[in-house]
Design a binder for this molecule. Structure first.
Ligand code: Z57
Length: 818
């Protein structure tokens, strides 16, 4: 334990001192927010010592480093997590107690740094936690958005987006590093000039606009190992005392443009999950952080290494989805134009340094940039992509002579577009999917041609989550109980949690386990009462679906089933029905009208159901406002049932599913993403699986879809549910939900009727829900199942995922701090 550093008295003194010098106040006069800041500075002081030591150890031992390049890092709050990883949480809680302060209240002062949308950004955050905990040298590289993911308010049942000004009070854990600033160039044109030094022509980028990229570093504390890695996020500043190139001297208009560029570029995170908006500013953001990160990585490498041809021995860049894929061409540019390598040498280094992770097969998420936009914004980088493409097309022709279809399907440049996934695959030395099923679909369907041409690049890395945040911090009661039974090794070796299996039939253990679940449900019920004004019964089944709102995730299926249950209870008031609370939490992209309508529907159904005295509180529906990492921790801990009901084949992995499982909630889900592997681990008798398989869905899709009207016409109860969308049951405005109704029954432009197979899966979903109810009534059986879910979650730690990335892709060296 590192509690030496947190000697209680010294800690208390330091907090008081910090309140004094930060705010000129005594502790008694300070607000909770000021105390939060003071506590953070005390904690940061300890972290900085470890941070320095870590960086020194890296300098001495010179390990290979991974640069995890991501547009999103959904970190969640840092204070509690840092205390956990410093193994100082309980000591600090006690020290604060003695000062009359409550650590929970202090933690609640911290804004969630929400620099991400959903799964992809949260995965990046879990990976950083695991990398530090496993003693690997790693940087997260991203953007310091001034405004992160918007805050969601629900007004009259509608989502309202409120800007997330997370930096308003200053963020205590970040460190500005102006000495590492880099310049990034946009626009302009490329000139060919004769260079007498090399006796040949070279390309020179001119007439560009420049932005200064200034890094802010955040410490990433490893668990109980003194390692502190760095999340480096880039801010943009105008180049004020700008030295415009000689031909631009006195160009006032340009000076103003440069200032605007700097102001806009890091302003806000695009709030789209699994969807590409295609905005020019987004491409600017991508190039901005990629260029700055690569420049910094290469400068750091060159400090201690002479031979740029050996860059890949010390450095690897992991591209989190295609968002940072411009890195391929930017690295080529730096190696050629700045390091003086020729094409072949630059290509040889680049293709040993970059690797790509695919996170989705959703067509609307694929990044394709119009050539016109791309070449105007990044003329030199575009020129390099043209050459990569030219050479790749030659390779295709060599391998498949006369097969022009292959060129059409595989080229990087085609139809006036730059296809980022193709660029990533052609240059990457590794291409991975994020769950077994997903990787198989990539190989057999989406990326079939590439897999056929370069099978050795493809591999699977099933996602994982950090148990430090999602059990040790989020569910302290259960964490203590687990440690009491099997010791603390699970904290850094989650495979140990299988030792709980010997307790699943032990009645005392069952009671304790379910009692902890009950207490967590009481905690959530209190939160719901405070935030929603809805009273829920903690003895009811907490059935939870929390994730981004997207049609493929099928929150609509869930709420239609709620309507179905409501109809049943109304029709048969005497029927046996175990009380249920359906809990939703989801943000919809600001521009995604249908997703927002589904939120409105959930809230409208909640209004009717929750206020219908005739159903005697058997059914409650709650929409938790502003679902985010901090309240997620509490929600997973309190869940009885984990809703993972995506249309099979659409959810690449899912990671919420793993968080529920770890906290003892069985999965109610389709055979999609990592659900498949969850069932492998826990057994299908300890999950509730329903619906079409991925193969069946893909088969329908390849053959024109299916006809939901057959179901509508033959199933009276389903027809009744749909009718209630448009007959005034949930809104006096019968047109309000017309679009949702139509989307299930009619085709619309290029969109098939019920393209996410909601009606096709409805009956089997309802049957699975019925089984949940039956299973829950068997108290011991349920306790056993819940415990088995926790006990079988070992595979789903991001520690395992990261070790696989290290073994198969990154080949990093472990570093130990004395
Ligand atoms: C995103 O959150 C994911 C994929 C994307 O392409 C984008 Br853009 C955003 C998610 C997947 O939908 C999840 O299934 C997956 O678990 C997660 O990425 C992490 O891999």
């Amino acid at each position: 334990m590192i509690d030496k550093q947190f000697k209680k008295e010294a800690f208390k003194e330091s907090v008081k001192e910090n309140v004094k010098f930060l705010y000129r106040k005594k502790l008694e006069e300070a607000t909770q927010e000021q105390i939060f800041q003071a506590v953070c500075y005390t904690v940061k002081d300890v972290i900085i010592d470890n941070w320095l030591e870590t960086q020194n150890a890296y300098k001495e031992q010179d390990p290979k480093t991974v640069y995890y390049m991501s547009m999103e890092f959904l970190m969640g709050r840092a204070l509690g997590n840092n205390l956990i990883n410093l193994t100082a949480y309980k000591e600090v809680k006690e020290a604060l107690d003695e000062l009359g302060l409550d650590l929970n209240v202090i933690e609640d002062q911290e804004p969630d740094p929400a620099l991400g949308n959903g799964g992809l950004g949260r995965l990046a955050a879990c990976f950083l936690d695991s990398l530090a905990t496993l003693n690997y040298s790693a940087y997260g590289c991203g953007i310091r958005y001034r405004y992160g993911m918007f805050k969601q308010q629900i007004k009259d049942g509608y989502q309202v987006e409120v800007p997330d000004n997370w930096l308003k009070n200053g963020y205590p854990f970040e460190l500005r590093r102006p000495e590492y600033a880099k310049e990034v160039h946009f626009g302009g044109y490329v000139d060919v000039e004769y260079d007498p030094a090399i006796g040949s022509n070279k390309f020179v980028h001119k007439g560009y606009q420049a932005v200064k990229a200034v890094p802010f570093d955040m410490p990433i504390v490893g668990y109980n190992n003194k390692i502190v890695n760095t999340l480096r996020i880039w801010d943009a500043e105008p180049i004020v005392d700008f030295e415009l190139d000689s031909f631009d001297k006195g160009d006032y208009k340009k000076a103003v443009e440069q200032e605007n560029l700097a102001r806009n570029i890091v302003e806000v995170l695009y709030p789209n999950d699994n969807h590409m908006a295609g905005k020019e500013l987004r491409l600017k953001q991508q190039y901005f952080f990629v260029s700055a990160s690569l420049q910094a990585a290469i400068a750091k490498y060159k400090k201690n290494h002479k031979d740029i041809m050996k860059l890949h021995e010390k450095v690897t860049f992991q591209m989190n989805d295609t968002h940072p894929t411009v890195a391929v061409a930017e690295l080529m540019r730096i190696l050629m134009d700045e390091e003086g390598l020729g094409w072949d040498d630059a290509w040889s280094v680049t293709t040993k340094c970059v690797a790509y992770t695919n996170h989705t097969i959703m067509a609307e998420a694929l990044e394709k940039w119009p050539v016109e936009l791309f070449s105007r914004l990044l003329p030199r980088v575009y020129q390099i992509i043209e050459e990569i493409n030219r050479r790749f097309v030659l390779e295709i022709q060599e391998k498949y002579p006369g097969n022009y279809d292959k060129i059409k399907k595989m080229a990087i440049l085609y139809d006036g577009q730059v296809k980022m996934a193709h660029l990533a695959i052609v240059a990457g030395y590794s291409v991975n999917g994020v769950a077994k099923l997903h990787t198989e679909i990539l190989k057999k369907q989406e990326l079939k041609d590439f897999y056929e041409m370069m099978p050795e690049k493809f591999n699977n890395k099933t996602n994982g989550i950090t148990q430090r945040r999602f059990l040790l911090h989020g569910n302290q009661l259960l964490a203590d109980w687990v440690t009491d039974h099997i010791g603390p090794e699970w904290i850094t070796d989650l495979s140990q949690i299988s030792k709980l299996k010997v307790y699943v039939d032990d009645e005392k253990a069952q009671q304790e386990f379910m009692n902890i679940k009950y207490q967590n449900k009481v905690r959530l019920a209190k939160y719901i009462l405070e935030h929603n004004g809805v009273e829920v019964n903690p003895r009811s089944i907490f059935d939870v679906q929390v994730k981004r709102l997207h049609e493929y995730k099928r929150q609509l299926l869930n709420i239609l089933h709620v309507i179905y249950l409501y109809d049943q209870i109304k029709k048969h008031p005497e029927m046996d029905f175990y009380p249920r609370t359906f809990i939703f939490g989801a943000k919809a992209s600001a521009g995604y009208a249908r997703a927002k309508k589904i939120i409105k529907l959930i809230n409208s159904v909640a209004d009717v159901v929750n206020n219908d005295a005739s159903i005697e509180g058997k059914l409650k529906v709650v929409f938790i406002e502003n679902y985010r990492v901090s309240n997620a921790e509490m929600i997973f801990a309190a869940a009885d049932v984990s809703e993972q009901i995506s249309t099979a084949s659409k959810e690449a992995s899912g990671t919420g599913n793993m968080k529920f499982m770890l906290n003892g909630a069985p999965t109610l889900g389709t055979m999609d993403g990592a659900n498949v592997e969850i069932v492998d681990e826990v057994g299908k008798e300890n999950a509730f699986i329903f619906g079409l398989s991925a193969d069946e869905v893909i088969n329908y899709e390849n053959n024109g879809g299916y006809d939901p009207r057959v179901i509508y016409n033959t199933d009276d109860e389903i027809r009744q549910v749909l009718t209630e969308l448009v007959n005034g049951t949930f809104s006096s405005d019968t047109e309000l939900f017309r679009d949702l109704y139509n989307s299930l029954l009619n085709q619309n432009g290029g969109e098939r009727a019920d393209q996410y197979f909601i009606l096709a899966d409805f009956r089997s979903y309802a049957a699975a829900q019925k089984k949940v109810e039956e299973a829950y009534k068997d108290e011991k059986g349920w306790a056993r199942m819940a415990m088995l879910n926790t006990a079988c979650a070992g595979k789903f730690t991001s520690d395992r995922t990261i070790q696989e990335y290290v073994d198969d892709i990154w080949h990093l060296d472990k570093v130990y701090i004395k």
